[in-house]
Design a protein around this ligand. Structure first.
Ligand code: 13P
Length: 253
C-alpha cells in the first residue's frame, strides 16, 4: 500500500456520557498511547467536561472537541452554547449534524451549514457528519442523500476551508447497532464523497479533507476499515467509552 500523505484521525464521540472525573481519568490513560501513535487521536466530549479535558490534554497530542454548537453567535437562546464559548473552553473542533441531532432534535441542513460556518469563523475545525438511513439505502438513494447533505452542509464554504475539515460518513443503520458497514461499502461511499468534493471544491480540497467512518467501529473491525485507501480516520461511539477498547482501536492505525 502506498504511504498515506496525511495522518489518520481517530475521534471518540462520548455522546451523553462521563462526569468530569471520569473524563479526566480517561484522558490521563490515553495520553501515553496518543503520544506514540501515528494517528491523531481526539475526543468529542460533553460540554460540561470540555474545559477540564482540554486542560488535562493540554500538553498531549489529543485533540479535544465538542459534540454540537449553536448556529447563532450569541443572544437570548436559553441552553445553547456558541462556537466562541467552546473555543474559550479549549475545543479545537466540534461535531456538526450528527444523525442523532438530525433525527432527535430535527436539525436541518440549513442549520448544519450555519454551524459549520460559525466554527470556521472562529478558527475551529468542523466535523461534518453525513449518512443515509436504511430505508434510503435500500431504495437506492444513498448517493443522493450523501451528496445533498454534503453540498448543503458545505454551502458557501471555500475550498481552502474544506481542505482543513473532517467529513464523517456515518450510515444511520450502522450507528449503535453492532452492524458496521463492510470495509468495501465504506470505501465505496468514501470514494463517492471524495469525488463530490473534487467536483465542488477541487482536487486540493479533496486531498486535504479527512474522511472518517463511524458506525459500530470496534477493536475487531477497525483495522479492516482503516486499511481502505479513502478512509482517513474513524469516529467511534460506544467503543470509545471504555479506555481499553478505544486504545485497542487507536493501536490498529
Ligand atoms: P457507535 O460507534 O456507538 O455505533 O456510534 C457511532 C457514532 O455515532 C459516532 O459519532
Amino acid at each position: 500500500m502506498k504511504a498515506r500523505s496525511k495522518a489518520q484521525v481517530i475521534i471518540g464521540n462520548w455522546k451523553m456520557n462521563k462526569t468530569i472525573a471520569e473524563a479526566k481519568a480517561f484522558v490521563a490513560g490515553l495520553e501515553p498511547v496518543a503520544a506514540k501513535c501515528s494517528a491523531v487521536v481526539g475526543l468529542a466530549v460533553p460540554f460540561t467536561a470540555l474545559s477540564a479535558v482540554a486542560a488535562e490534554a493540554h500538553r498531549s497530542k489529543i485533540l479535544v472537541g465538542a459534540q454540537n454548537v449553536s448556529e447563532a453567535d450569541n443572544g437570548a437562546l436559553t441552553g445553547e452554547i456558541s462556537s466562541r464559548m467552546i473555543k474559550d473552553a479549549g475545543a479545537a473542533f466540534a461535531l456538526v449534524g450528527h444523525s442523532e441531532r438530525r433525527r432527535d432534535f430535527h436539525e436541518q441542513d440549513v442549520q448544519v451549514n450555519l454551524k459549520v460556518k460559525r466554527l470556521l469563523a472562529v478558527g475551529l475545525r468542523p466535523v461534518l457528519c453525513i449518512g443515509e438511513t436504511l430505508a434510503q439505502r435500500e431504495s437506492g438513494a444513498a448517493h443522493e442523500v450523501l451528496a445533498k447533505q454534503l453540498h448543503a452542509g458545505l454551502n458557501g464554504v471555500t475550498a481552502e476551508q474544506v481542505a482543513g475539515m473532517i467529513i464523517a460518513y456515518e450510515p444511520v443503520w450502522a450507528i449503535g447497532t453492532s452492524k458496521a458497514a463492510t470495509p468495501a461499502d465504506v470505501q465505496e461511499a468514501h470514494a463517492f464523497i471524495r469525488s463530490e468534493i473534487v467536483a465542488g471544491w477541487g482536487k486540493e480540497a479533496a486531498d486535504g479533507v479527512v474522511l472518517q467512518y463511524g458506525g459500530s467501529v470496534a477493536p475487531h473491525n477497525a483495522a479492516g476499515l482503516l486499511s481502505q485507501p479513502d478512509v482517513d480516520g474513524l469516529l467511534v461511539g460506544g467503543a470509545s467509552l471504555s479506555l481499553e477498547s478505544f486504545i485497542e482501536i487507536v493501536e490498529k492505525n
